[in-house]
Design a protein around this ligand. Structure first.
Ligand code: GLC
Ligand code: CA
Length: 549
């Protein structure tokens, strides 16, 4: 059923920061409904909504306390049903975010477990160990040990994320059945697809042991029964033909082929994050380094060509609610802001895979620019702010790192116009608005024919009108320059060449012979000055002209 999504584009919405319609400073479901026309014009096919379920919001909704209810801060079930109906009228499908690796500790199941109810204790991963010795030395993804002691039970529970997010025990068939019920519930409401949160972490090893080489991830990443569990979930809920995407943490190409090869009947596609670690010093998120573009190119090549060989399918993306803004990261916020935003869009959108646009990316939105700890809301950022200082960094250093790396960079309110609160709300928003909203906003870009917004619109439509982009083969080209990436897309009829410079300097285009045989389809500068010179962050899309015999 791959035909269903090869030429589609997904738009990710973080409802809390998208559009507030009732003036409480928090984005809501009605805000999404209100902006459907905007999304239709952009040309997208699906909206992936991050969690809006009942939650104490310790991790902004990824700590779910009730999978089948809408949190009042986002609206009501009627609002959601209306959104689905209105979206459908515009041929936009709604995809929901299923956080099935863990629940909030406020979830009824965990509360019953805390009371000592054995049925519900078996929904989670409890282990015996003395109160001062965690069962293993595994590190939580949000910092600190991954186990929490419960004195009343004299047991520890596992939390790979925040202490308020307890890992579910997928070995228990009752848990798997509960989660299937959740899928069925939303499917009946007319939802068209699902994103599965950190789904390659659901299968834990039989025996829990210390990791003497790492933080524990090698024991539970792409774990022993993960493929089995996914097959069962998909089969028993009948979602084989829906769009499904799995978020895969620290995964391997081999596993991603299995997750997304249609013959396996697991998922439609997968996110992996290797290309977003090329600016992590020694692989550490909280250590800054300039991006290594050679590594970026190699990773893209490995994953694009590798998934093609294995008949897998990538979800291709730069941004989401966990990542800093890509222009600030691999592009340029200054002189070449517009050029670099367009180049980055091109790099991803013409690849083999389904492109995801994260709200505001189509405007070239930049990082938050926060310089005070009081601006930050994200649990991971706040945890690491203390951890970094405990480990010897100064407060200024820690702030400097958060400024580049915090997930809040991607969570600032959507910039609709240059008015009060960027047109996001009438009230002070839950998280502050970056100063850039004065120039980077929907209204400004819609009145500029040369804007990043219109360029994204063009990229999206190219996928729909060009089978070679949606279904063609991909092959990476040798450019002889570390920061110049080039690939071609081919099918029986066409041959396209996509060239992207990640450099602030000029680069050359002498790695292509017979440029005269190609027609220029897309470029991020007003006009080409010299055929064989790439200007800073220049991108070009060429199509081979077939000479009729
Ligand atoms: C995923 C989500 C992230 C969340 C984590 C735990 O990585 O994208 O926002 O914090 O899972 O649920
Ligand atoms: Ca609101």
């Amino acid at each position: 059923m791959r035909d269903q999504f090869q030429d589609k584009v997904v738009y990710q919405i973080y409802p809390k920061s998208f559009c507030d319609t009732n003036g409480d400073g928090i984005g809501d479901l009605n805000g999404v409904t209100e902006k459907l026309e905007y999304l239709k014009e952009l040309g997208i096919d699906y909206i992936w909504l991050t969690p809006f379920f009942v939650s104490p919001q310790k991790d902004n909704g990824y700590d779910v306390a009730d999978y089948k209810s809408v949190d009042p801060m986002f609206g009501t079930m009627e609002d959601f049903e209306r959104l689905v109906r209105e979206a459908e009228k515009k041929q936009i499908g709604i995809m929901l975010d299923m956080v099935f690796n863990h629940t909030s500790t406020s979830h009824e199941w965990f509360q019953k477990a805390l009371q000592g109810d054995p049925t519900y204790m078996d929904y989670y991963i409890f282990r015996d160990s003395p109160s001062d010795v965690p069962p293993t030395n595994w590190v939580s993804k949000f910092g600190g040990n991954a186990w929490e002691y419960v004195p009343s039970l004299k047991k520890w529970y596992l939390h790979l994320f925040d202490v308020s997010q307890a890992d579910l025990n997928w070995e228990n068939p009752a848990v798997r059945e509960e989660l299937k019920q959740v899928i069925r519930f939303w499917k009946e409401k007319g939802v068209k697809g699902f994103r599965f949160d950190v789904v390659n972490l659901i299968s834990k090893p039989e025996r829990f042991q210390d990791d003497l080489e790492g933080d524990g991830r090698r024991f539970y990443t792409d774990g022993p029964h993960v493929h089995e569990f996914l097959k069962e979930l998909v089969r028993d809920t009948g979602i084989e033909d829906m769009v499904t995407v799995g978020e895969m943490s620290s995964t391997s190409l081999e596993n991603c082929i299995r997750y997304s090869n249609p013959e396996e009947k697991e998922l439609s596609m997968v996110f992996n994050f290797h290309h977003l670690k090329v600016d992590y010093k020694n692989g550490q998120k909280w250590e800054l380094m300039e991006p290594d573009f050679m590594k970026l190119k190699t990773l893209f090549q490995t994953w694009q060509e590798g998934m093609q060989e294995g008949k897998g399918w990538n979800a291709v993306f730069w941004c989401n609610h966990d990542q800093p803004r890509i222009v600030s990261r691999f592009g340029d916020e200054g002189t070449y802001w517009k050029e670099s935003a367009k180049m980055l869009g091109t790099a991803i959108h013409l690849m083999r895979g389904t492109p995801y646009v994260y709200q505001g990316e189509e405007l070239g939105m930049t990082n938050a620019g926060y310089d005070d700890i009081s601006c930050y809301k994200d649990v991971e950022s706040l945890n690491y702010f203390s951890i970094m200082q405990r480990e010897g960094k100064t407060k200024e250093e820690a702030l400097h790192i958060l400024n580049a790396r915090s997930r809040d960079n991607g969570r600032t309110p959507m910039q609709w116009n240059d008015g009060v609160y960027a047109g996001f709300s009438e009230k002070e928003p839950w998280i502050s608005i970056p100063a850039s909203y004065k120039t980077i906003n929907v209204e400004a870009e819609k009145s500029d024919a040369d804007s990043v917004y219109y360029y994204y619109q063009k990229l999206i439509s190219l996928r729909k009108t060009s089978p070679v982009i949606a279904r063609g083969r991909i092959h990476f080209l040798e450019t002889g320059q570390e920061d110049v990436m080039a690939y071609d897309r081919t099918d029986e009829k066409e041959e396209w060449m996509i060239i992207c410079s990640f450099s602030k300097e000029k680069r050359t285009l002498d790695f292509i012979d017979h440029l005269e045989e190609y027609e220029l389809l897309l470029n991020n500068y007003k006009a080409i000055e010299e055929d064989h010179i790439l200007r800073p962050y220049e991108t070009r899309v060429y199509k081979k002209v077939t000479v009729q015999p």
